[in-house]
Design a binder for this molecule. Structure first.
Ligand code: ZN
Length: 86
């Protein structure tokens, strides 16, 4: 595994947490790399948390949109006009 640099300050990350966990029937070692600067790591953690929350929000919205789309399709059978090309 190559060393990963901190996304914020660019410092080489250190092993902050190491644990083993069973995934299925095999024991897998997980390594969590953190920034050597705890203050920086705190900010990075907050950013990751925010990112994760954003992602969950997007997923929630997309599920809702899908539900709305399904409901709309049920009432109106005409083809959906889409501006986005695939
Ligand atoms: Zn850092």
């Amino acid at each position: 595994m190559s060393n990963t640099a901190c996304i914020r300050c660019g410092k080489e990350r250190i092993v902050g947490k190491k644990w083993t966990e069973y995934v299925g029937s095999s024991l897998v070692t997980f390594v969590l790399n953190v920034c050597p600067d705890p203050e920086c790591q705190k900010i990075v953690d907050a950013q990751l948390k925010k990112k994760k929350e954003n992602l969950e929000e997007i997923q929630r919205k997309s599920i809702k949109r899908r539900e709305t789309y399904r409901a709309t399709r049920k009432s109106a059978s005409r083809a959906k006009k889409s501006s986005k090309s695939s």
